[in-house]
Design a protein around this ligand. Structure first.
Ligand SMILES: O=c1ccn([C@@H]2O[C@H](COP(=O)(O)OP(=O)(O)O)[C@@H](O)[C@H]2O)c(=O)[nH]1
Ligand SMILES: O=C(O)[C@@H](COP(=O)(O)O)O[C@H]1O[C@H](CO)[C@@H](O)[C@H](O)[C@H]1O
Length: 323
């Protein structure tokens, strides 16, 4: 089942996560391995009315009704201003509002907050995270990610890889040109400072799955630092051998502007810096700034790229129900 990267790169001294493809994890076989394991799919969604319904419908049709691999579909409504919640609910998801999960805690923001709240609001032994802006989602995204977790007891976290085209405003598709922050920021940072993670071909991809007992033992960086932070923290907690990647084919999604990706890059750099400090690998004479001066057609704009962090869910002493 597993293909080590070393086999793919000849005699080059290389190692990486156990790698396979979605086709190696057929749903019918997974049903035999599922047993009593409960599986939750969590979708963080901010203003995704145009895509969230189709994604939820495919999961429900193929992986709940046709073959009951998935036990719950949770959409985290991340302060949407459109009909995301309505569309998700109509398609069969349980919708939770980000700030209504663990409401006694001060609300934080961004994708990482949405994911942490989704983990808290869901109940599956395995949790699959899927972005809600995907335009080519198919059921094998979920079955491919849970396959290694259901079959290999030593695998605790599975990251998707895929070919990521970029679709320009003119509708022209540029193969392999997606993942701009991945290529310009995340991949260099990982190769420089965490080369054990260099084998993850799409470190920032939004589709991944893990065992709840593991996901509840790592912090979640807020905003767009969450994927980078999870990889680095999981490497430290469980080691590379417990991490895998599965090729899902191709991934197309809604692209953000370069200005938005600049802010994302700042958040990821601050996440990397925090981990270098936490791991005792840098000593800062002064902390990095959290602001970014961006220049656009309308002039200069000073933006905040600070990230915060939710603690491991398992560290919360949840208030007893008053009842
Ligand atoms: O504050 C946020 C920001 C993003 N998202 C969701 O996280 C996923 C990935 O975000 P986005 O598409 O903005 O990132 P990109 O894929 O462009 O890097 C999408 O489902 C978003 O709706 C969210 O739930 N809350
Ligand atoms: O990989 C990337 O560079 C960014 C942007 O992708 P595109 O250049 O718009 O294809 O997309 C990802 O990054 C975010 C931060 O980790 C994730 O939250 C998104 O799910 C992922 O799409």
């Amino acid at each position: 089942m597993d293909t080590d990267l070393r086999a793919l790169t000849g005699d080059q001294q290389w190692y990486g996560p156990h790698s396979s493809s979605a086709a190696e994890w057929p749903v019918d076989a997974l049903m035999l391995a599922k047993g009593k394991t409960k599986i939750s799919v969590v979708l963080p969604a901010r203003d995704e009315e145009s895509t969230v319904g189709d994604i939820v419908s495919v999961i429900r049709r193929d992986l709940v009704e046709r073959t009951p691999l998935v036990d719950e579909i949770v959409v985290v409504d991340s302060k949407s201003t459109d009909r995301t919640a309505e569309r998700a609910r109509a398609a069969g998801a349980r919708v939770v509002k980000q700030d209504e999960v663990l409401p006694h805690l001060p609300a934080l923001t961004g994708k990482g907050e949405a994911l942490w709240k989704g983990l808290a609001a869901s109940g599956g032994d395995l949790v699959v995270f899927v972005d809600a802006d995907l335009r080519n989602f198919a059921a094998h995204y979920v079955s491919g990610l849970v396959g290694p977790l259901l079959v290999n007891s030593g695998t605790h976290f599975v990251k998707a890889t895929y070919e990521r085209p970029f679709t320009g405003a003119d509708g022209v598709v540029h193969r392999g040109a997606g993942g701009r922050v991945t290529e310009l920021v995340a991949r260099p940072l990982l190769n420089l400072f965490w080369p054990e993670l260099a084998g993850f071909a799409q470190p920032l991809g939004g589709e991944y799955a893990g065992r709840r007992e593991v996901l509840e033992r790592v912090p979640f960086v807020t905003e767009y630092g969450v994927e980078f932070g999870l990889l680095v923290d999981l490497l430290q907690l469980i080691g590379l051998d417990a991490m895998a990647q599965v090729d899902l084919g191709q991934r197309t999604h809604t692209h953000q502007s370069m200005a938005a990706l600049g802010r994302m890059a700042g958040q990821i750099m601050l996440t990397a810096w925090s981990r270098l400090e936490r791991q005792g690998r840098v000593l800062a004479s002064e902390p990095p700034a959290h602001t970014l001066l961006q220049f656009g057609p309308e002039g200069a704009d000073l933006v905040n790229v600070a990230v915060a962090e939710r603690p491991p869910l398992a560290s919360l002493v949840l208030e007893e129900d008053p009842a």
